[in-house]
Design a protein around this ligand. Sequence first.
Ligand SMILES: O=C(O)CCC(=O)C(=O)O
Ligand SMILES: [Fe+2]
Length: 319
Amino acid sequence: MDVAPPKIPVIQFSGEDVENGLSPSSGQGRERWKVLCRQVREACESHGCFLLTYDKIPTSLREDMLVGIKALFDLPDETKSKYQHPKPYRSYQGKCPVVPLHESFGIDDATSFEAAQDFIHLMWPQGNSAFCEILNTMSSKMLELSFTILGMIFKSFGIEEKQYEALVRDISSILRVMKYRVPATEDQNLGLVAHTDKNALTVLCQNEVQGLEIVTKEGHWEEVVVPKDALVVIVGDALKAWSNGRLVAVKHRVVMKGDKERYSFGLFTLPKEGAMIEAARELVDGEHPLLYRPFKFADYFSYFVSNLSDDALDIYAGV
Ligand SMILES: O=C(O)CCC(=O)C(=O)O
Ligand SMILES: [Fe+2]
C-alpha cells in the first residue's frame, strides 16, 4: 500500500492572535499563541517550510502588488536593464541561459520609503507613486510578519528574549520580485534551479499559477500547492545554522506547467553586513553537538556566490 507523502503544514493565525499572544492581560490568548508557536517551530523542523494564512496582509494589497509587478515586467528590456547593483541577486536578471523563463529584481530594504522610491523612479522616471506606496507597504508588512515568525520560533525553543532582540537588530531585508514565462516546450520547464535559500527566513507570495516544489525528507520532489490566500514560509541556511541544524533549510525549485505566466514576490530577511551567525547556546548540548562554527554571514554569502555548491553551508561552516 502506498503511503501518502506528509503534507506541508498549513498554519493559520491572525493579527489578533499575535496581539493576544504578546499582551500580558490575555491568559487564553497566550495559551493559543503558545500552541501556534509550537506549530511553527515543528513545521520548520520537519519540513523547513509551511503555508500560512494571515489576515494582516490583505488580499487587496496582494492583488495590487501583483498588478504592479506585472506592469514592471512589461516595461521595455532597456528600462529594466537600468537596474544594476554591485551585490549579487539584486540587479535585473532576464532570460539568463540557465533559467531562461525567469526574470527578477531584488530591492534592498524596500521597507524604507526612500529605497522603494529610488527603485520606482529608475523604472518610471515620470513617477508611479501608487505602486511605490504598495511596494513599500507590502515589504513592511512582510518584514513585520517575518519578525513575528522568528519570534515564535525563539519562544518555542525557549530562547531568552534578549537573543531575539539582538537578532532583530541585526536583520535587513531584500524584496525580490519574479516572473516566470510559459515554457515553449515541456522539456524546458525549469523556472528556477533547485536551491536552499541562503538568508534567514523567506516569506513568499504568488499569483494563482503553481510551480513551487520542495524536496521532502524522503528525498522526493513534491509540489507545494499554495491556496489562493496563503503565503509560503521557507527556512534558509542562516536560520538553519543559528538553530544548530534543528530547522531544515528545505531545497526547492520552480517548475512551470500550463499556459499562464507565474508572478511571485518574496521578502528575504538576512543578517546585516558584518553580522555573525552563531548557534544559539540553548540548542547545543550532548544530544545536539555543535554543527556549525560561528561565521560572518556576508563571508558565507560570498563563498556561496563564487562556488554555487549545493552543500555550501556544510562545506563552509561545518565543524
Ligand atoms: O518563485 C518562487 O515561488 C520561488 C522563488 C525562490 O525560491 C527564490 O527566489 O529563492
Ligand atoms: Fe528560494
